[in-house]
Design a protein around this ligand. Sequence first.
Ligand code: CIR
Length: 260
Amino acid sequence: MHTTTKRLRAITRAVGAGLAECELSFVERAAIDPERAAAQHGAYVQCLRALGCEVLAMPPLSGHADAVFVEDTAVVLPELAVLTRPGAPSRRGEVASIAAVLAPYRRCVSLQAPGTLDGGDVLRVGRCIYVGSSARSNAEGIEQLRVAVAPHGYSVVAVETRDCLHLKSAVTQVGENRLLINPDWVDRAVFAAYAQIEIDPGEPHAANVLRIGDALVYPDNFPKTRARREKAGAVVHALDVSELQKAEGAVTCCSLVFEA
Ligand code: CIR
């Protein structure tokens, strides 16, 4: 009998030459070195491979400065993929090419105007999907997500964020029942059901971690928060993503990781 084994896959998109024209909301514009950004992204992709992902690497998308941040274009669940309608109009043209890559692996449904939603606002913990109610994700987009996922047993909880771009700027999952959180940017009471580890207050951007299996992919410029995780026994892969951070990117945003 033929059996297929599922494996981890990660969609990524190479850094485009126009990254410096990116959208910025809470970060001051600073010169971005495109070659350095590409090298940092290359190391990130290598890290995903080392962690067992088959990387579905896409070429840059011309005319779309932020297209490297593929996370914002889709919410990939085991049962289906929800293609988003990103909150920034400049980013909506990124979605079609991601849909084409996802189609062999998942049934895809699309959010419709006037709904908007960025994948960076979506934090799934088991069957609960928290969605940042942010400048990028509106009530209509969150409601459409709820309708799409409810038949599969997921609940959707809208969460207010403040002073940050996305919900996952403020909180991500670092363990089975454990979150890393910046309580200045999101109300920690919303996540009272989980163990919470606070970021070091001197590292406000440190809450965004990419968890692959038990490993954590993490920027190398948050040493104090990282030390807290390592002390607790976490395996942390620290990467220099400083040029991507200038584009208000972080580690979750550069991939869509799923099993298929
Ligand atoms: C933007 O503002 O849309 C991009 N410059 C950064 C997007 C980062 N996305 C993410 O963290 N999910």
